[in-house]
Design a protein around this ligand. Sequence first.
Ligand code: NDP
Length: 309
Amino acid sequence: MDIRNAVIIGSGCSGHTAALYSARANLNPLVIEGHEPGGQLSITTLVENFPGFPEGIQGPELIENMRKQAQRFGAEYMLGHVTSADLSKRPFLLHVGKHQIHTKTLIIASGASARWLGLPHEQQLIGHGVSSCATCDGFFFSGKEVVVIGGGDTAMEEANFLTRFATRVTIIHRRDIFRASKIMLDRARNNPKIAFITDTVVEDVHDVGQKEVTGLTLRNLKTEQAYNFPTSALFLGIGHEPNARIFEGQLEMDPDGYLKTRDYVLTRVPGVFACGDVVDRRYRQAITAAGTGCMAAIESERFLEEHPE
Ligand code: NDP
């Protein structure tokens, strides 16, 4: 049986960083790329908050550079996603399509996927005014009017953040009751640049022809009236889904499905480490994901020193 030293699930920032460190420790890691190779950076445009790039760098280029850097030291990459895992004994067993992979240590860097609204033209305008990350993309809308969707803490936080750049931020929520904590909601309500539209859903975003967001079709759920709403950007603050379902019953999770760790990256199963956005609902930044990816790789290396078999 071929047993790997280290397998990394996920090829976003945390996965590539874990791969780089594991490869430089001569562990010959295998990265299983997952549903969205490159993770969330691969659908971003300009990244201006990753240190080391004074002029910024395109998200796909940054992630490709990380992959090349890990490959230079011997990391292997495999297309596919893990459909099931048995963590009950070592070596751990993973199923990737029809392949079975055995590994002494496992680094879970499977990320979290932003929830999208499922609008007819939403996906085509991602990176052109449709975004799930105000921290990443807010700067591009200086002096513009923008919209944030959602009624939770993320939506309030993103809206407040966006008022640093935008002249006006409109929060559109499908109900008139908010999940957001009172303090976050009050902060948004007291911000003179933020307006609210409630009981309203978005039916579509325009304009694919111009390759930029020019407006939304909204529908008021009480009156059933549909109307156009001009805006330069659509920010989604409707939550994220951690990609950890396959570990249900084997690893500890919080009620929303994020993996629980102690000492940053240790799961309750010795030899299994978790890093990046599948653990982190709080920061969700490329640099923090890279940081915990590095920690997971170092922990896996130490684990292998103590448990060579
Ligand atoms: P939440 O699940 O709390 O809120 C999601 C919001 O999006 C809800 O208002 C929901 O509406 C709305 N929504 C979901 N799906 C759709 C849809 N298809 N169409 C329209 N609206 C939709 O997610 P958050 O990301 O806001 O927060 C997640 C967790 O992270 C929370 O525990 C939060 O407290 C925490 N957090 C804390 C922060 C802080 O303390 N600084 C910052 C950000 C998050 P509805 O209410 O109708 O279901």
